[in-house]
Write a protein that binds this ligand. Structure first.
Ligand code: IVH
Length: 699
């Protein structure tokens, strides 16, 4: 049974977010490789976008956990091509999905530019071509080098291949600037794609899944003769280095390109406001199928280059442009069954098993029904005809039931009261951190539930918990599957058991004497562990890192915490801790009231010694930085972010993950993005790492 549940991002706990981010990062890397390096994607663009959107949404909500997905653009160049360093980086675009995102984009730009509501701000709207971007460098009007985007900084040298594209001039007409880097999209038109695939078929060669892959596979051929036999096209829409600049607006620049003999898209429009842009979007959406080439949205760009310069960039995307993507595709099919899947947090997710149907080129046979409320709302039943869509979520969704087509013999779906795990543990309606009883049903078995146990173990060894080097998710999976590790205590008895065992770890595939030793000593090193890491590592619901830290500081020892949780007035004792409310208190009490948890903790405490971390001044208490609320963002060079935050707290400051009105100082390293922007908007003091080091040393 698959364990991925589409838990809404707002409901994720930090450890869930971290685990999911890591999983998403790996998944995205696999698809990046298939798409960029192998030209053989196994995921549709919409599904890939969905993965990225989910990762970005999680990174936005948990900025401290960010693994940098928002900073990644494309894929590193392959070794087989020569490399070209882009003198001006090739950037990516932020995405808009809703009309409201477009309005927000314009509002933000106006605000940053200090434009009043009545002052004009012109914006271009043009098709977002679904091909691959390419940079063409002309010197004194002659094409000298062409490169793919690669990782945005360095691309592949595809000059020989680009020279075979008929519509790209080798020599520009008219009066080109001495240096002109033209950027645009290499794509394959529908008719050319169909002819190419027909030819491939007749020659017994594999066909391409879509025009984009055909274009990518054709451009990135080591043998330019093959590229020459593939019908590629190009639209110029942007630029890199240009000297001297011949125009002052985006639209004039593209017109100038056309005058030089470069192909440009005829559908570019100039608009004044969101209504205008959205009208172009709707128009293109309606005409999409008849355009003759694939587009996956509309790109809006602030027209004035002076305004573009003033707006600048966030991370790897310009603030002056956005891609308004077309929405998900829909299809109709029948529900064959409704399955219940147990996610890593014990959340029960109903999944519709569908009669397989193609949606946007991908065969779909499962769709999420989210939760019990959603089933009730749709009144979806086995046998129903339903409309499904692949949108922002990782798994396709059921959007509506076609009631008229319902067969006569169906019955309403009854949500199970026990977990499908063999324990038959009770299923409870989930309470959120705000104490609201929501639609999510959760198995109460926690560590005892086999579906949850492995995730608990992964969380236990994760970076912010026990952080055991050499014992990552993959090895946990391996050890869990073969029964080597079932509980956290098993980790600490591993070496002893191994010594007594005939089948030694060092003899196992993937290990050796050295790596087994390394693992054992990494485990040894964690026999002494900060109390807050232990509390966090146990994975009690609603107990994130901050709560774990608050509990550790307040109670000082694990025993004191356990005693408080077991006391008659446990709720009062726990809510006495600053920052802890009733829901969290009840969750902690609930944890200690389960016998399987007590057994787990007792066995673990027989192996490890929690240490009270160095006494850190509580927030708002004494210290030279008392009263300060500091946010660290971007990369730090001198010390890790954890260490920097610990230092700040040791000096009496409060540290938080997001910038708000309460923030008094932002320490920003390279790569800082939205937090920096927010700080600027709120007028909060921003310092770099060097300044921060000086502050923290002086104080
Ligand atoms: S402008 C600095 N305009 O979309 C902005 N990009 O998701 C440069 N794309 O990497 C890009 N059509 O490969 C721009 N009309 C268009 C586009 C377009 C397609 C691609 C391009 C870019 C990607 C970003």
């Amino acid at each position: 049974m698959a364990a991925r549940g589409p838990q809404p991002v707002e409901q994720l706990l930090p450890f869930e977010a971290l685990a999911e981010l890591k999983a998403l990062q790996d998944e995205i890397a696999v698809h990046d490789r298939r798409y960029h390096a192998e030209d053989a994607p196994t995921l549709s663009d919409a599904d890939y976008d969905a993965l990225k959107r989910r990762a970005l949404a999680i990174e936005q909500r948990f900025p401290d956990l960010a693994v940098g997905i928002s900073k990644q653009v494309g894929f590193a160049a392959q070794e087989k091509f020569g490399k070209v360093r882009h003198r001006v980086p090739m950037l990516s675009l932020d995405n808009a999905f809703l009309d409201a995102d477009v309005t927000a984009f314009l509002d933000r730009a106006r605000k940053t530019l200090g434009l009043g509501a009545s002052e004009p701000m012109r914006v271009t709207a043009e098709p977002k071509i679904d091909g691959l971007s390419c940079s063409l460098r002309y010197e004194n009007g002659r094409l000298v080098v062409a490169a793919t985007r690669g990782d945005g900084t360095e691309g592949e040298d595809v000059t020989a291949n680009v020279r075979t594209i008929a519509s790209i001039p080798q020599v520009l007409k008219g009066n080109p600037p001495a240096i002109l880097e033209v950027r645009g999209e290499v794509y394959m038109a529908h008719a050319d794609f169909a002819a190419l695939n027909a030819r491939q078929l007749s020659e017994g060669k594999p066909v391409f899944a879509n025009p984009r892959n055909a274009a990518a596979g054709s451009l990135r051929q080591l043998d330019a003769a093959i590229t020459a036999s593939r019908p590629l096209s190009f639209f110029a829409y942007a630029w890199g280095e240009v000297e001297p600049m011949p125009a002052a607006t985006q639209s004039d620049m593209v017109r100038f390109f056309a005058g030089l003999g470069l192909p440009t898209n005829p559908r570019m429009a100039l608009c004044q406001d969101a209504d205008g842009l959205i009208a172009v979007y709707r128009g293109l959406e309606a005409e999409r199928a008849g355009l003759g080439y694939d587009i996956d949205g509309v790109v809006y760009k602030i027209d004035s280059l002076a305004q573009q310069r003033a707006l600048g960039f966030v991370s790897r995307s310009p603030r002056w442009a956005i891609a308004h993507k077309f929405s998900a595709e829909k299809a109709t099919t029948t529900i064959l069954d409704i399955d219940i899947q147990v996610g890593r947090t014990g959340a029960l997710t109903p999944v519709a098993k569908l009669k397989p149907v193609t949606v946007g080129g991908v065969v779909v046979s499962n769709a999420t029904l989210h939760n019990a409320d959603e089933i009730a709302r749709l009144d979806v039943r086995v046998g129903d005809s339903v409309v499904i869509q692949r949108a922002g979520d990782v798994i396709p969704q059921v959007v509506s039931v076609l009631a008229d087509l319902r067969p006569g013999n169906t019955s309403a779906f009854e949500f199970p009261h026990v977990c499908p795990c063999d324990l038959k543990t009770e299923v409870r309606a989930e309470e959120t951190a705000q104490g609201v009883t929501g639609a999510i049903r959760r198995c109460s078995g926690e560590f005892a539930c086999p579906y949850q146990r492995i995730e608990h173990l992964k969380h236990f060894v994760s970076r912010r918990a026990f952080d055991i080097e050499g014992l990552g998710e993959e090895r946990i999976e391996l050890f869990f599957a073969d029964g080597t590790l079932k509980t956290p205590a098993d980790i600490f008895t591993l070496q002893r058991r191994d010594a007594a065992s005939l089948k030694k770890l060092k003899d196992r595939e993937g290990f050796g004497a050295k790596s087994a030793e390394k693992l054992f000593s990494a485990i040894e090193a964690r026999r002494s562990i900060a109390l807050e890491r232990l509390i966090f590592g146990l994975g009690m619901r609603h107990v994130g890192e901050t709560t774990a830290r608050d509990l550790a500081r307040h109670f000082g020892s694990f025993e004191a915490l356990q005693t408080a949780a077991g006391a008659v007035d446990g709720v009062a004792k726990l809510t006495a801790v600053e920052g802890i409310g009733e829901t969290v208190a009840r969750s902690v009490i609930g944890y200690f009231s389960e016998s399987h948890n007590l057994a787990l903790v007792t066995a673990l405490l027989a192996e490890i010694t929690p240490t009270v971390s160095e006494p850190i001044a509580a927030s708002g208490a004494e210290g030279p930085l008392a009263g300060e609320t500091i946010v660290f963002t971007g990369e730090l060079v001198e010390m890790s972010r954890d260490d920097a935050e610990a230092r700040a707290r040791a000096l009496g400051a409060k540290t938080t993950g997001s910038v708000s009105k309460k923030t008094t100082l932002v320490v920003a390293g390279p790569g800082a993005g939205s937090k920096l922007q927010k700080a600027a908007e709120l007028g909060i003091r921003v310092v770099d790492e060097a300044e921060w080091m000086a502050i923290s040393r002086l104080t």
